[in-house]
Design a binder for this molecule. Structure first.
Ligand code: NAD
Length: 242
């Protein structure tokens, strides 16, 4: 018996042009899935997909039209990895209405709209995997990321709730919460080597995670073997959240 293969499955990974999203797309492809990555910038997508066998679609998932474009480009979606850029840092007392609104559209509504676009087909085929990339800040709010803390908690609980409705249809809904992972986002948030050193000293594993390590958890949840795991949050954080 061949375990953990995804031959014949189709996957959509949004926010897939770099970082954790791209690593997840490449891992799913490695397991045999037909994978489409979606993001806003065509040149970055082209570069990311070159020579990999990934398909790509230009789509801003913070808009209904962008979500539709990503779903249409994939065709049948058996595996959805919902991901986009994280909201910008600020102090909790200083978030404007506009900041909340943008976070709501990019992080929360993107996920609910993507789910709406793929769920009917998954239920009809009685096989589906819905996986959202969230953050370690769901369980441990970071002072400088109030919009992320709130919106990712909303995504987490929405998918837990949805899992109750669709488990009987063979559709699982889970979240993967990365800890500090060495991507462009992390470099932007913790720019200096001194910052990075201070942070890794507080991580039990004493290092940042790699995008491929988060991708491995996402890929496992996408397999048939993971059919009985639903409504869960998997932390990939080197022990930070313990
Ligand atoms: P990243 O910024 O490197 O990549 C984000 C991806 O999303 C890119 O492909 C970008 O083009 C795309 N994107 C951004 N806005 C989009 C939109 N509106 N529509 C479509 N695509 C969009 O981020 P990353 O480090 O790979 O992290 C992935 C997710 O995990 C982010 O939401 C991030 O906040 C979260 N996260 C990251 C870390 C970390 O340490 N890297 C830790 C916790 C949570």
């Amino acid at each position: 018996m061949t375990l953990f293969r995804l031959d014949g499955k189709r996957a959509l990974v949004t926010g897939g042009s770099r970082g954790i999203g791209l690593a997840a797309a490449l891992h799913l492809r490695e397991l045999g899935a037909d994978v489409t990555i979606a993001a806003r910038d065509e040149a970055t997508l082209r570069r990311a997909a070159e020579g990999t066998g990934l398909h790509w679609a230009v789509a801003d998932v913070s808009t209904p039209g962008g979500v539709q474009a990503a779903v249409d480009a994939t065709g049948r979606v058996d595996i959805l990895v919902s991901n986009a850029g994280g909201p910008p840092p600020s102090f909790p007392s200083q978030v404007t209405d506009d900041g909340w609104q943008r976070g709501f559209e990019t992080t929360f509504l993107s996920t609910t709209r993507l789910v709406d676009g793929v769920l009917t087909g998954m239920r009809e085929r009685r096989w589906g995997r819905i996986i959202a990339i969230t953050s370690l800040t769901v369980g441990r709010p970071a002072l400088n990321l109030p919009v992320s803390n709130a919106m990712r908690a909303a995504v987490t609980n929405h998918l837990r709730t949805l899992s109750l409705e669709v488990a009987q249809d063979g559709v699982t809904c889970n979240t993967v919460a990365p800890g500090y992972t060495a991507t462009d986002r992390l470099k932007a948030l913790h720019a200096t080597p001194a910052d990075a050193e201070k942070l890794t000293a507080r991580i039990p594993a004493r290092r940042f995670g790699q995008p491929e390590e988060v991708a491995a958890a996402i890929a496992f949840l996408a397999t048939t073997e993971a059919a009985y795991i639903t409504g869960q949050e998997i932390l990939v954080d080197g022990g930070w959240g313990i």
